[in-house]
Design a protein around this ligand. Sequence first.
Ligand code: ASP
Length: 442
Amino acid sequence: MSPSFSPWLHRSLLASTALLLAPMGCATSSQAGAARDEAALRTDAPPRVKPKWGLVIHGGAGVISRENLTPEREAAMRAALTEALQAGHAVLAKGGRSLDAVTAAIRVLEDSPYFNAGKGAVFNHDGVNELDAAVMDGKTRMAGAVAGVRHIQNPIDLARLVMEKSPHVMMVGDGAEAFAQSQGMPLVDAKYFYTEERWQGLQRALEQERAKQAPPAPQGQPPASQQPPTQGATPAQPLTPGQPSPTPAQPSAPGQPPTTPAPSSPGQAPTTPPPSNQGQPATPAQPQPGSSLTPGVDPITGDHKFGTVGAVALDQEGNLAAGTSTGGMTNKRFGRVGDSPIIGAGTYADERCAVSATGHGEFFIRYTVARDICARVEYQDLPLPEAANYVIHDVLVKAGGEGGVIAMDRQGHVAMPFNSSGMYRGYIGEDGTPTVAIFQQP
Ligand code: ASP
């Protein structure tokens, strides 16, 4: 038996175990399923799956630990990832295009409040959600991208409209929203994107920023950030979501949904790198000085995580596609745009390779990560997993860039390396069995 088929056997055996347990309908069966999936998608032995067609997704990478993820939240996130895989599979199974499978899967994750895209997007420094997305068709190399949009429910759909209904590749801000309207896409109120969790995430980021900027405490006194809050004091000074803030941020009731309805017309402002776990050992660089960005801190789990969503697919015709959608990074400022909508950085597909990335975008832009992986496949004739592992575990780690990618080649080989402690990820092939994993080790 070819060694590349043994994981399939392993997985089938594990799957049969899960099937035997399933009728029991108890927590044990879902725990067994989760353990099976974690084993199948373990990162130190990436699955050498080779289907004729399939779909891979991610829901962001970062410091994700079992201790800090509640069973309820983990179950909800696994369910959303499974739903996304099934949405994409339904398209591919009918003989649909990889492009349609990618957008169908991403739409599910954008609509979920658990991922940093669409409904669950993080807030920028001004308390506003600004969304970026991109899609690329490997067969034609057509691509579409949007950045800094504030009223688009499913930015991935707008990216696709840019690709298919305009002569351009990328549109930003008000212009992109005007284009959406010209194509009959409705704008949604900025309030749609409000989630309490993300709002609290911004408050923590602002608090951390203030603590860093605070002058050192006089001798003999603990620093302000370690002092107990005085009665009635609000440690963080939250903004009203959807309203641009003066600097410094003005206090208002923490955790309250927007009080002022945000306008829905465009043009108006709405109210240390982890160790590598595989590949060649690399020496991480020091964090870049001067970065005021706060990589996403999950407000529920307290974990440092990103949370962008993405998908890559290979259809029955042998065509590849890739897409990525994000709210960017918590507390971003000045119209900052990350790698997700940049073709070749966070998103890329050609006739032999498709990649979607998640992580600290500035690094993915500077190292043109998605295209670098595909270029290694093209020019060096490297197997996809080798090319992806090298870029994520060597090039990026040496640079100090945290994150991961999902990737597929035209033979259906899959890679999903990440250099953080976790990455929400999933795979579905011809047999329609969704496999979802989060952690580095099963
Ligand atoms: N790559 C995204 C960005 O930098 C963030 C993420 O992946 O969560 O905007």
